[in-house]
Design a protein around this ligand. Structure first.
Ligand code: FE2
Length: 277
């Protein structure tokens, strides 16, 4: 049976801006994805930047993901299967503009020892992407992130950091957003922010769902090894891909109609092809 958000889920999501969804992907599928990532890492270590239609982006800075595989939906059936994963799709439909969905960004970030992601975002920012509205028993989030853990993420692993409730903040957080002074790094030195930060711990196959309006980041990975995650960002059907990637006709052709509707919600309109003798 497809899990549906209940009144308690709605209450917690409204209050805190995030929900943890346990066991949303089977160990078999997680294993399949990780095998693919092992293959891709070997290829990217050998200098490949494009793995078919999947794009490898490496980051020199330690204040972001170490490596990102972007446009991963093109990477195989294990990624296609999660477009409308029944264990989260009704939550997504409930919390995003429910006239139609679009995955406007999909990527698989890896964090190595020493890396973290700086805190960013917040409810003070009223642009569409960080919008969070509730009206007449409907939620309207401009962007809802599904962060799926591909390995266990516990203390020292570089877990997602959130500031519960910050999606409703009217004011820019002066400790996180310091205009003209450069960004202080409140992941490395939480200081006064420490009591407000929650580090999300997940088992492989669990996910955290959160509105992009929430202040979020990732704590420093102090443990050896790497943190692996898959992130699908859902928005309204009329948005465009974040980086301009266009799905291949082969992918679009083999998807179920329900999945196609989420990655290409608006079919291109073109004049008919005229055949000349
Ligand atoms: Fe973010």
């Amino acid at each position: 049976m497809t899990p549906m958000p209940d009144k308690w889920d709605d209450y917690c999501f409204d209050l805190e801006g995030f929900l943890i969804l346990e066991n949303v992907v089977s160990p078999e599928l997680i294993g399949e994805i990780n095998e693919k990532v092992d293959e891709w890492l070997a290829l990217s270590d050998a200098g490949e930047e494009w793995l078919g239609n999947v794009h490898v982006v490496k980051n020199e800075s330690t204040s972001s993901h170490s490596v990102s595989f972007r446009n991963v939906i093109e990477g195989g059936s294990c990624f296609e299967a999660l477009i409308d994963n029944p264990n989260w799709i009704e939550f997504v439909r409930r919390y995003v503009d429910n006239h139609g969905l679009h995955i406007w960004m999909n990527f698989l970030p890896i964090i190595h020892q020493g890396n973290h992601v700086r805190l960013h975002s917040g409810g003070h920012n009223k642009m569409y992407r960080t919008s969070f509205w509730y009206h007449d028993d409907r939620f309207y989030c401009g962007n809802l992130n599904i962060f799926l853990a591909l390995n266990d993420i516990g203390p020292g692993d570089g877990g997602t950091l959130v500031v519960p409730g910050s999606h409703k903040s009217n004011l820019s957080n002066p400790l996180v957003h310091q205009k003209g002074q450069g960004r202080k790094n409140y992941v490395l030195e939480p200081g006064d922010m420490a009591p407000y930060l929650k580090e999300v711990h997940l088992k492989a196959g669990d996910a955290v769902l959160f509105t992009d309006a929430l202040i979020h980041g990732a704590s420093v990975r102090t443990n050896e090894g790497e943190r692996r995650a898959l992130i699908y960002r859902y928005s309204s059907f009329w948005t465009r891909d974040r980086f301009g990637y266009e799905y291949s006709d082969e992918l679009v052709a083999r998807l179920t109609p329900a999945r196609r509707k989420i990655i290409r919600p608006i079919e291109p309109s073109k004049p008919p092809v005229v055949q000349y003798e």
